[in-house]
Design a protein around this ligand. Structure first.
Ligand code: MOS
Length: 742
């Protein structure tokens, strides 16, 4: 099929973005717009005893200062809503005096200007009866509970096969260690932003920075008592999402409530500090792993017991145990997940939820086991290669991880590694090399799309969907081009509007496989119609031909292998008198989804350089090699992979939302103190891939690549730090104080 697919096509929206012409959610020009600013709670647990809005009301230009005292009406209490999708969260919508986390919205100032709204918000006086919050995993075991199910597609929280005790007993070597990962808050460049515009009492348009416009539409409609069709959500461009914009959060509904109250369109943009609390986070995790093997390296037992947080009012379980269940071949395997209720905003999906912390712990444990066995860590992984999903007892849709290991080892120069810790030096710098496996599930959901040939010969394709900045506009353009048989330059692809055909949330790395399949099949349906139209058209060069003899290529329809007998699609539709011809597709995963287990795999190599005296660290070099089905665009794919890997550097060495244990609030809720790597912190990062199409996951062979790049990355770096220093830090981030302390 491929012509356009796979090419390193520049982003079709690149020019719009660099010239500022791409309209992000907060940038829509709306008449008579008012501005809302949230007053966040300054305590994490307790009750509001009184709110004094007198001074705030006096600010010039203020339209309303809203709190629970105003008893704004909802069609349903947020507490009574049953989740319709795994991304549905329980919201705080000024309905009562309860405070359940720090930075919870407790009031809202609405004014004619942003400045007036900010001033008014700063003058709202909230008095609390504060209780002592808890945000720690250091709690007695009986405080933890078994979750109903885990985030993602809802795997069970516990798994078991074989007999781990027996496996441990028969081993020649075993390790048991606890690995900790900290709270992290996703901070896309674009913070959350919503503009709510009412048209009468029952029609609402939301310009919303959303990764899932249909879920957003349904959630808002339910809470406000509207028909879903009466809510239109538009999300044309996103400045990143990483999972934070997957669920609908409180501010979206509050913005619509405020707009209804003041009877004007209202814009609400979250300032950076409010990214820490009301819009999800990656929970802290503590994973206790036991790993055991015979002298030849074959695993006899693997166990992972995971502790993580949820909120007091909602449940989200970070599925960190998944990699331990299925990544390696091992007869005795058990995992469990336990949750603690903490006084925090509900944790939620954060890039590679589960797999990111899960691969960190498992892949460090594998490194420790390799050292205990005196075996090369890459060899240990090859030795325990899983040829099927032993947890689900299903064959893989397609797996080429061995090819990734081979290619990666060769390109990185792994055979030149001296396994001895502290053995590779460069002057006063300790050098270390580490390796880890990467993986992420291949997800796909029902999705639809429509393709039309316009009278000028242009192919117009629409599908709801979203582009987080990942390149969705571009890959869909390529997929549609190949589906019809036209150059990509002849395709106009639109997304980000609930008036377009329904599509899933852009989460779980599923957009390419889900919406890509719909777009491809809609394009094929259009192609089919055009071929039939031409065959029936007495003036067409293919008039009367057999279907199988007709082809559309490069925008021309003609007899296969006979360029002289062809014409442009524009000529064909021009004669037809029809304004356009249309193909539609509504697709969902086939039976294959039940018969196979779909995962993408990869390998991460890292080189670190550490000052022997001061412990200062730098990741000099990273190489990731991925097996993720057909790669749709070599350029945007590379960006996705290396972007994920850079977040892996961040995960290993920098990111940490620090809670003040007394207040239950994040101390470093800004980008000055919430550390992420800058360009100077990132050495050479490269990504390669094994381009094996996976036709069992999608008709276009794609599996999706948004999340796999971060997986395994932190472990590769942590393992490299051990190799460099001989010191095993099992508590991320690895900061220099942890390295120099004894
Ligand atoms: Mo991703 S965390 O599923 O947006």
């Amino acid at each position: 099929m491929a012509n356009s697919i796979g090419q390193a096509l520049d982003r079709v929206d690149g020019r719009l973005k660099v010239t500022g012409a791409a309209t992000y959610s907060a940038e829509h020009k709306i008449e008579n717009l008012a501005y809302a600013v949230i007053v966040p709670s300054t305590i994490a647990k307790g009750r509001i005893t009184s709110i004094d809005t007198t001074a705030a009301q006096r600010v010039h230009g203020v339209l309303a200062v809203l709190s629970h005292q105003d008893r704004l009406k909802l069609a349903k209490s947020p507490k009574d809503i049953q989740p319709g999708s795994p991304a549905d969260r329980v919201l705080q919508l000024l309905q009562d005096d309860q405070v359940v986390y720090g930075n919870q919205p407790v009031a809202l100032a609405v004014a004619q200007t942003l400045e007036a709204a900010q001033e008014a918000a700063s003058l709202v006086k909230v008095h609390y009866a504060a209780a002592k919050p808890s945000v720690t995993l250091d709690r007695p075991q009986h405080d933890f509970y078994v979750p109903k199910k885990m985030g993602g597609p809802g795997e069970p929280p516990d798994s078991n096969r074989g007999d781990v005790q027996a496996g441990l007993a028969e081993a020649a070597a075993h390790i048991e260690q606890t690995y900790s990962t900290p709270f992290q808050h996703h901070n896309p460049m674009e913070t959350h932003a919503t503009i709510a515009v009412w048209n009468g009492a029952d029609k609402l348009t939301l310009y919303d920075a959303s990764q899932g416009i249909f879920g957003d539409r349904n959630r808002v409609a339910e809470l406000l008592g509207l028909q879903p069709d009466d809510v239109r959500v538009i999300s044309l461009y996103l400045g990143g999402g990483f999972g934070s914009k997957g669920p609908t959060w409180s501010h979206v509904v509050l913005c619509a409530m405020a707009a209804r109250h003041v009877n004007r369109p209202v814009k609400l943009v979250l300032p950076r500090p409010l990214m820490f609390g009301p819009v999800g986070c990656r929970t802290e995790t503590r994973q206790t792993i036991a790993a055991a093997a015979k002298q030849d390296g074959s695993l006899t037992a693997l166990r992972n017991e995971v502790l993580s947080h949820t909120s007091t009012f909602d449940e989200f379980c970070e599925p960190a145990s998944i990699p331990t269940r299925m990544l390696y071949s091992v007869p005795n395997n058990t995992t469990h997940q336990r949750l603690i209720r903490s006084d925090i905003g509900t944790p939620s999906y954060t890039r590679a939820p589960g797999e990111a912390p899960g691969t960190y712990a498992l892949e460090c444990a594998m490194d420790e086991l390799a050292y205990a066995l005196n075996m090369d860590p890459l060899e240990l992984r090859r030795k325990n290669y899983a040829t099927e999903d032993e947890d689900k007892k299903l064959p893989w849709t397609e797996k080429a991880l061995n090819k990734c290991y081979d290619l990666g080892a060769e390109r990185f120069g792994w055979s030149r590694r001296n396994p001895e810790p502290r053995s590779m030096r460069d002057g006063n710098h300790l050098m270390g090399w580490g390796v880890a496996t990467a993986l992420y599930p291949a997800r796909r959901s029902e999705s639809s799309g429509v393709a039309r040939l316009a009278s000028d010969g242009t192919v117009h394709v629409d599908a709801g969907s979203q582009d987080l900045g990942t390149g969705t506009y571009t890959i869909m353009t390529q997929v549609a081009a190949d589906g019809v048989g036209v150059p990509a330059s002849q395709v106009v692809f639109r997304l980000g509007d609930t008036r377009y055909p329904a599509t899933p949330v852009s989460g779980g790395s599923q957009t390419a496989a889900s919406t890509g399949s719909a777009v491809y099949l809609a394009a094929r349906a259009l192609r089919e119609k055009l071929i039939q139209m031409a065959i029936a058209d007495s003036r067409s060069p293919v008039h009367g031909a057999r279907t199988s003899d007709v082809e559309i290529e490069n925008g021309r329809i003609g007899m296969r292998g006979d360029a002289a007998r062809s014409e442009t699609l524009r000529e064909l539709i021009g004669r037809s008198g029809q304004p356009n011809v249309q193909g539609f597709a509504d697709t969902k995963p086939g039976e294959e989804a039940k018969k196979y287990s779909g995962y993408s795999f990869g390998v991460q190599f890292a080189e670190v350089r550490i000052d022997a005296d001061l412990g200062q660290m730098r990741v000099e070099r990273m190489l990731g090699v991925f097996n993720a089905g057909r790669i749709l665009n070599a350029k945007t794919a590379r960006s996705q992979f290396i972007g994920g890997m850079v977040w892996g550097i961040s995960f290993a060495l920098y990111e940490h939302s620090v809670y003040d244990e007394r207040l239950g609030r994040v101390v470093n809720n800004n980008l000055a103190e919430y550390h992420v790597p800058t360009n100077a912190d990132v050495g050479t990062v490269d990504a390669l891939w094994v381009d094996d199409p996976d036709d069992r996951v999608s008709v276009i062979g794609a599996r999706g690549i948004g999340e796999i790049g971060i997986t395994g990355a932190a472990a590769a770096i942590a393992n490299a730090v051990y190799h460099a220093t001989g010191k095993r830090v099992r508590d991320l981030p690895i900061t220099l104080d942890k390295l120099v302390s004894s």
